[in-house]
Ligand binder design. Structure first.
Ligand code: ADP
Length: 268
């Protein structure tokens, strides 16, 4: 039988991500485009993922979309709710995961997951930029660095300069003022990473769950936030190996399940 390729595509507010899986397991292509819903990012992520896998659009058995822009992507055959996609993605990689924290560009979600990888409960912060990737992007701009380098500064920090303002706009002014006073940049960046972790920890506690926390979303690529979160919560925090691609991966897995089910039904 010919190989079955399925694409999962996660269209977020700031970033478009795609994953192609072969025969339901092997990841053979990925793409991350830092343009989200409403831009050409979704189409770019689709095309780049096909190119990465070395296949054509016609070779795809199915495309499953997810994320805030999931319903608007015309190339998709199916759509899956992003919470379900994230739960399914993390469960496939870490069957023991019961708590998943997803921090994206403009929101943060905490989910509890059962033994079958199904969503039990969730809470979301989509009202306030602090505690999301947006906050980190605003701060990275103040330092004139890319958001991906914040973790390197954090690693070099010998101390921490806490940020007291909770609102992103005021926190930005506070950071600018501290910089002007000659504050140590790595310590200031550790303070920024910690501010995100404090918000995320509050969300985790609000859901009333305990035990190891698994993380997905772009912010899970920032090891400074992960370390600060471990300090805040006092439990291990493990970033999914595919962090930012977890939702797209979960969508692709959902597509494979769906296809296998309809093939089985046809045989009956
Ligand atoms: P969304 O799905 O909401 O568009 P993502 O889950 O893709 O968001 O996460 C985007 C956020 O991830 C960015 O705002 C940024 O803070 C963070 N991010 C993206 N790439 C990196 C990286 N290489 N290192 C650290 N953080 C990153």
């Amino acid at each position: 039988m010919a190989d079955t390729y399925i694409m999962g595509i996660d269209l977020g507010s700031t970033t478009s991500k795609a994953v192609i899986i072969k025969n339901g397991t092997e990841v053979v292509g990925t793409s991350i485009v830092t343009q989200g819903v409403g831009t050409e990012g979704p189409q770019k992520a689709f095309d780049e993922c096909l190119a990465d896998a070395g296949i054509k659009k016609e070779d795809l058995a199915m495309t499953v979309s997810t994320g805030v822009g999931g319903s608007r992507f015309k190339q998709a055959d199916l759509m899956i709710n992003e919470l379900k996609a994230h739960a399914g993605g993390v469960h496939a990689m870490y069957p023991e995961a019961r708590i998943l924290l997803d921090i994206g560009g403009q929101d943060a979600k905490i989910m509890s997951i059962n033994e079958q990888g199904k969503l039990n409960n969730f809470l979301m912060n989509d009202k306030c930029a602090s505690g999301t990737g947006r906050y980190l992007e605003v701060m990275a701009k103040v330092f004139g660095v890319d958001v991906s380098t914040l973790k390197d500064y954090d690693e070099r920090a010998k101390g921490i300069i806490p940020i007291s303002a909770t609102c992103t706009v005021f926190a930005e002014s506070e950071v600018i003022a501290k910089l002007a006073e000659g504050a140590d940049i790595p310590s200031l960046i550790r303070g920024i990473d910690t501010a995100v972790a404090v918000k995320a920890a509050a969300l985790v506690r609000k859901l009333g769950v305990s035990g190891p926390v698994y993380m997905s979303g772009g912010v899970a690529r920032n090891t400074g936030v992960i370390r600060a979160l471990e300090n805040e919560l006092g439990v291990p925090v493990k970033a999914s190996e595919i962090q930012q691609l977890n939702g797209a991966y979960g969508a692709a897995l959902y597509g494979f399940e769906n296809l296998s089910r309809s093939r089985r039904n046809r045989q009956i």
